[in-house]
Ligand binder design. Sequence first.
Ligand code: NDP
Length: 292
Amino acid sequence: MILLDGKETAASLEVAIKQRIARLQECGVTPGLAVVLVGENPASQAYVSNKDRTCQRLGIYSRKLELPVTTTERELLAIVEQLNLDPQIHGILVQSPLPAHIHERTINLAIDPSKDVDGFHPTNLAKLAMDDPSGFVPCTPLGCQYLLKAYHIPTRGAHVVVVGRSLIVGKPMALLLLQKGLGGDATVTIAHSQTRDLAAITRSAHIVIAALGRPHALGREHIGEGAVVIDVGINRIADTSSARGYRLVGDVDFENVKEKCSAITPVPGGVGPMTIVMLMQNTLTACERLAR
Ligand code: NDP
């Protein structure tokens, strides 16, 4: 079994990203990313700090805006509008989940599509569906695809089952895999909570991409002999032996499937680091396009 090491793959991509940033800086341009966090969700705080650290390591200007949970939708829209106009900022990310009184779709719509490095604006999702490379692709699916390419796992003609149909992961993942060319050309099935006999469908896959948000939901019975498994899930489960009181596990029961599959991503250290490095790459691309 091959461990698909997202940490190592992301680190080698960071080297190339740093070189591109150095070239921009020679022309007096520094890519800038604004990350907006509303409220005090501990998991979101951890993600945002991680993004901030990665920006600093790569030479990307990072602006972290931490807003109280009482922030209104109108106030958040005004902040997004300012960031849209700010020449120091090339990428804008509003961390989800947002408090219930703020509509995520309204906020996503307000972000200038040319700064939408998360790729959630309808313009960018439509470009993905239309195979138009001028948009931005959501970072997690892009990271999964990059990992498959980095490990030379062919998708052409392969049956890929994506479990999960969210706009953040499942749907854009399926669209990417359907595109023509390297990392695409797959035969894609999307499964979700209403799918009948999930195990029979996932067992028939050459590649399973799990994005359910359910700890250890997929076990041996879901994976065919020699299949490749990409585990997108990040779930916190209670663990009294850990100083933090919890540990992170994926949507796949790693120990249970590791002898059956040919390759698998670990959690943590698989898709997570790839998502962050893709955010950096999208920010850099946004800067290069806006600097032209
Ligand atoms: P959502 O909750 O938005 O979507 C989950 C999807 O899984 C839904 O489509 C749901 O179906 C489906 N689902 C739920 N239960 C089952 C089941 N028993 N059988 C089949 N399908 C099921 O989650 P996200 O897409 O946002 O995230 C998925 C996971 O990925 C989470 O663990 C999240 O933390 C993680 N994540 C990790 C990232 C990373 O960087 N590694 C980035 C983003 C997310 P239905 O539509 O019918 O409800």
